[in-house]
Design a protein around this ligand. Sequence first.
Ligand SMILES: [Zn+2]
Length: 206
Amino acid sequence: MYDKIAYLTFDDGPTVYTNEIINILNQYQVKGTFFIIGINAKRFPDVIQRLKKEGHQIGNHSYTHDYNLIYLNATNFINELELTDKIIYNLTGQHHNLFRFPGGSSTLMATPEQITGYIKILQQRGFEYFDWNVDSGDILADNADQIVNNIEDQIKDKTIALILLHSTRLITVEALPRIIILLKTYGFQMQPLTKGSYHAHHRLSN
Ligand SMILES: [Zn+2]
């Protein structure tokens, strides 16, 4: 039994980097969670099928990732959610009712009232949403060292680490083996997210 659990989550893919991320995870026998964008899934359908086949978790991260479209109104939000759900279903034969809000549930691109409404929409459709409690900072980092350091700073005091990473930069791929070793050194077991896992919500859901 491990008392420390880490969830590695990779947003915004699939991209040209996703296959290498999967290779590294497989090499270390670690399962990750991939919050994918519908339009990218259409570009890299084989990567979605590979994720499914190799036992990694897939989550829904909207269709366009365009804040101005997704958060404009409920109709758009539902449309983005359902389009991506359909793409994932067609590629994997399963619905994957895990969701991450583009920008997180604390995004300033929507009002708190809007987010509350969108959370209800998710709940009505059987989706659970996940934020994070460790931000790797990989989007703004200059190099892999910074990513590893950011994570180390934030995991020291935690027994559950839900880690935000992205599929969009080479430095994240470069940092990944070191992140896995770091987490193991600190005694974390790495697992894929599932319904009922730790959600790390940035807002209360009701
Ligand atoms: Zn994103």
